[in-house]
Design a protein around this ligand. Structure first.
Ligand code: FMN
Length: 205
């Protein structure tokens, strides 16, 4: 455990590529990443990436897009979504923050109402009560008043709502550019230095 560790939760909303890329970028930035994946996220992984993810016998290198060297891969700590004994379930386990990416409306509703029925909800509860950084990347369209109110409640409780809404003003040329736009903004909020995209107003890029 170190106060620079980051928790990444991937839930069953469209856009699991954002979460997968985020894990890769954080590991390459030298961070230890605690990863939790919901069962619904495995369904989305299969639909969107053709990837079968086994949460019982998780294989990190199978899940990640890029081949990582063993030392980098060793900084990826996987936790089963029902493992309430995991260190990250406790406020005494120090982290630099948590990201839920993508965040389904189901998980959003659970968090907004303090319903802690899996490890993802519990770790988010902990980050909110400990007043630590928590970045939530919701994905749904359009949004109901219930979903908007849930987001408002979470912002009021200290979360950052960072919707998976990439900007087009940097003239993206690929889906990877759109993904990196969001991943870069998440890293900004975590104070993790990355150089993934151009930045508006930067003449050197
Ligand atoms: C292919 C697929 C795409 C989905 N996309 C979304 C989505 O974009 N947003 C959302 O809120 N739910 C989406 N869902 C529904 C959620 O997966 C479902 O509500 C689930 O219960 C969420 O559980 P979780 O929050 O524990 O991951 C999708 C489901 C599937 C199978």
């Amino acid at each position: 455990m170190s106060a620079s560790d980051i928790v990444v939760a991937i839930t069953g909303a469209s856009g699991v590529q954002y979460g997968r890329r985020l894990v890769d970028v954080l590991l390459q930035a030298g961070r230890t990443v605690h990863l939790v994946i919901s069962p619904a996220a495995t369904q989305v992984c299969f639909e969107e990436l053709g990837l079968s993810v086994n949460l019982e016998q998780f294989e990190p290198q199978h899940f990640l897009e890029k081949e990582l060297d063993p030392a980098t891969l060793a900084r990826l700590k996987y936790h089963h979504y029902q493992d309430f004994n995991a260190g990250i379930a406790s406020g005494s386990f120090r982290t630099a923050g948590m990201v839920i990416c993508p965040c389904s409306m189901g998980t959003l509703g659970s968090l907004a109402n303090g319903m802690s029925t899996n490890l993802i909800h519990r770790v988010a509860d902990v980050h909110l009560k400990e007043r630590r950084k928590i970045v939530i990347v919701p994905r749904e369209t359009p949004l109901s008043s219930i979903q908007l109110e849930n987001m408002k409640r979470l912002v009021d409780a200290g979360a950052v709502i960072l919707p998976a809404m990439p900007g087009f003003y940097l003239r993206p040329e690929s889906i990877d550019d759109l993904i990196d736009f969001i991943v870069s903004r998440i890293c900004d909020h975590l104070d993790v230095e990355v150089n993934l995209t151009k930045r508006w107003g930067d003449p050197t890029r």
